[in-house]
Design a protein around this ligand. Structure first.
Ligand SMILES: Nc1ncnc2c1ncn2[C@@H]1O[C@H](COP(=O)(O)OP(=O)(O)OP(=O)(O)O)[C@@H](O)[C@H]1O
Length: 392
């Protein structure tokens, strides 16, 4: 790059071109602009309340590591008054999540934030390694995404936080808009650009894509879930992490390659080559969409089995688990109209029927969680034994 001055401070030498705007900026100005844009997103959408307890969904990857860093910085700079926690879900993917969790453990020390780790094995009685052995790599992302969403809610309940923030970025959101358009999924299209969601969102029947603890997933407890990086470009997040030398884990999930999302991502990359503003344009298009009254909206109810919010009598997590436990995992992937769903509903005795949960009835007692009886009015607490906080 020729030696040019930063277009913002007009003093320092520009060292990078912002992918989002094409501006040439110096390092310090880039950090500041990036952080300020996130701050503006937070202010404009009134994302936080003073004193709020907020869990940062921390995977150890670039997005959530930068999120933790930036939110902590802004919390100090603008006195948001947030009580921040790191919350990690261990899906049980050997050679991937175990390594990335080591990064989160270091982040815990680097950012002086308490960390809670919760595993699929203790919640569901299955690790993703075991699930993939059963279901193969074609639909495994559906299990992972649906279970992660509920696991994050349970972790949040354990930490007694009422707000989870995730590192979903502008590229993720544009991909979701595209996926919903390609599926003709108008009801989800209406909500997928919201910065903050609460309550159930019915997943599509096919693969949700990895890490899709975002707008297309199901389940919920009424816990608020937000994406402060909604307008942050993935390339700028990577630049921020790189120049700031943040400690993050950069390997792709070993089970990821077959996700439908990967095709949307590829398509988006091609669109960006022709039109660099494609990402933000797609998000704005999604935000401006007005869906007609004739489009069927997602219903809200509690899962008959676990008590989590659901758009069907049984939530997707319970259906998937039922399929796994019966040794017929593909049945759980299809909708609530399937035979397994009907049978499961018929056999159910209600939210507190523990025999329904997990292959080996998870008692929330393994690893870092202890069982205490639930007295909370929180729907999560009513659905499952309470997990005592044991921030690592
Ligand atoms: N195992 C996990 N534990 C806690 N939060 C998670 C986990 N996996 C994903 N998340 C949250 O969901 C967000 C999106 O995850 P996804 O895997 O789609 O994205 P990613 O682009 O790889 O994100 P990251 O770079 O943070 O890993 C993450 O930024 C994080 O906030």
């Amino acid at each position: 790059m020729p030696s040019r001055l930063c277009s913002t401070c007009e003093k320092a030498r520009a060292v990078l071109r912002r992918p989002k705007t094409g501006e040439l900026v110096c390092r310090e100005c880039f950090y500041y602009i990036f952080e300020e844009e996130v701050h503006q997103t937070i202010i404009n959408s009134r994302l936080f309340k003073k004193g709020e307890k907020v869990a940062i969904g921390a995977s150890g990857g670039k997005d959530s590591t930068v999120l933790a860093h930036v939110i902590k910085t802004l919390n100090d700079r603008y006195s948001y008054g947030l009580d921040l926690f790191l919350l990690s879900i261990d899906e049980g993917i050997t050679g991937y999540r175990d390594d990335s969790l080591e990064t989160v453990k270091r982040n815990k020390v680097q950012y002086s934030l308490p960390l809670k780790v919760l595993g699929y094995d203790e919640l569901y009685g299955w690790t993703m390694d075991e699930i993939v052995k059963q279901v193969g790599t074609r639909n495994n992302c559906t299990f992972c995404g649906v279970f992660r969403r509920q696991a994050l809610d349970r972790g949040a309940a354990a930490l007694e936080v009422d707000h989870i923030i995730t590192g979903h970025n502008a590229d993720d959101m544009a991909e979701t808009v595209l996926m919903n358009i390609l599926r003709g999924d108008i009801a989800r299209l209406e909500r997928c650009t919201e910065i903050c969601t609460q309550g159930p969102e019915q997943p599509a029947e096919e693969d949700q894509g990895c890490g899709d603890a975002q707008a297309n997933d199901l389940g919920g407890t009424g816990i608020k879930r937000s994406k402060p990086f909604k307008y942050a470009y993935e390339k700028e997040i990577v630049m921020y992490a790189h120049y700031k030398k943040l400690d993050y884990f950069s390997t792709e999930c070993i089970y990821h390659p077959n996700a439908y999302r990967a095709y949307a991502r590829e398509y988006l990359r091609e669109l960006e080559l022709i039109r660099p503003s494609a990402v933000i344009d797609i998000i704005h298009s999604g935000e401006a969409l007005c869906v007609g009254q004739q489009v069927k909206r997602v219903k809200q109810m509690s899962c008959k089995r676990c008590g989590y919010m659901s758009s069907n009598e049984l939530c997707k997590a319970c259906l998937l688990l039922e399929g796994l436990n019966r040794g017929t995992p593909s049945l759980g992937i299809h909708s609530g109209k399937s035979k397994i769903a009907r049978e499961a509903r018929a056999n159910d005795s209600g939210p507190n029927d523990e025999s329904n949960i997990g292959r080996t009835i998870p008692k929330f007692s393994r690893k870092n969680a202890d069982v205490t009886s639930s007295t909370s009015s929180n729907p999560t607490a009513n659905a499952q034994p309470q997990i005592a906080i044991s921030a690592e």
